[in-house]
Design a protein around this ligand. Structure first.
Ligand code: MN
Length: 277
């Protein structure tokens, strides 16, 4: 696995917020960190609401639908993990935000714990702009999620490409300079991140933890549609609905399909984006 240590291109894409509009909530108790995050977001064309503990997060999500919550872990009153668990339990599925942990000391095992609590990702503090751009670029407006399954509806997924190339090409054309690099990073992240989600699904099936299974399937579904892996997205969506219905019947078979389809997706993405130079 290569570790692309690109010289950080210090060009801030001030139009990002126009091209990819997102409603963002920042939950952070440290005032300096609040300033840093909101400044970075502003420079990328985003405005964010700010709260300083988990209880305020829960109030805020009742008042407004957020696409993305940047969530500090350590906060007074209620920390980020507890707030996330509560959001995942209480908000309807089609209004669920993407939640990204902000953490000062990510250690081995932390990422798993954050995912376990229902978070989608994390970035380290002090926050660097590239991490923030990555997190923003794989977020999407919450209401858009519901349109994906329809157009990707297909009876014979294995007869066609695992990945619709138009999806990432369009994404790339929206992102402006350095877009290709960003897409390559995204693909790399997806390929590295997905096996963890699949492994999580396996554990949740074994343990019969349906809400957690639903969440993992939901995350892989969203990520897959984001990259144009529509057939895989569809199977994950089926898994998500199954778990939501309270049943585990057929989940093991679906998991096999997910694993097989992911291998096809991985192969195609690697060939297209990660091979050669
Ligand atoms: Mn804190």
């Amino acid at each position: 696995m290569q570790n692309p240590s690109n010289p950080s291109s210090n060009k801030l894409d001030r139009e990002m917020g126009t091209r990819l509009p997102l409603t963002i909530l920042v939950a952070e108790d440290n005032i300096i960190n609040q300033k840093v995050v909101t400044n970075l977001l502003n420079r990328l064309g985003y405005k964010a609401d700010i709260v300083s503990n988990g209880l305020e997060v829960l109030e805020a999500v009742q008042k407004q639908t957020y696409d993305l919550i940047l969530m500090d872990i350590q906060m007074p009153e209620m920390g980020g993990e507890e707030a996330t668990q509560s959001i995942r339990k209480t908000l309807p599925a089609d209004l669920q935000p993407r939640i990204v942990a902000l953490t000062a000391n990510a250690m081995k095992g932390d990422r798993e714990r954050f995912l376990e609590s229902g978070m989608n990702d994390y970035i380290s503090k002090p926050i660097n702009i590239e991490d923030l751009v990555r997190v923003l670029s794989i977020s999407q407006p919450v209401r858009k999620n519901t349109t994906n399954p329809e157009h990707a509806d297909t009876m014979t997924p294995s007869a066609q490409n695992a990945v619709d190339p138009a999806v990432l090409l369009e994404f790339e054309s929206l992102m402006g300079e350095d877009a290709h690099e960003m897409v390559v990073d995204l693909v790399d992240l997806y390929i590295n991140n997905s096996p963890m989600l699949i492994e999580q699904m396996r554990r949740q099936i074994t343990a019969q933890r349906l809400p957690e299974l639903q969440r993992a399937a939901h995350t892989l579904k969203g990520n897959s549609f984001q990259l144009g892996a529509n057939a895989l997205g569809d199977i994950c969506f089926t898994m998500e609905k199954l778990a939501k219905s309270g049943s585990i019947d057929g989940a093991a078979d679906l998991l096999v399909q997910i694993e097989q389809e992911f291998q096809r997706v991985k192969q195609e993405l690697e060939n297209r984006y990660l091979s050669g130079t």
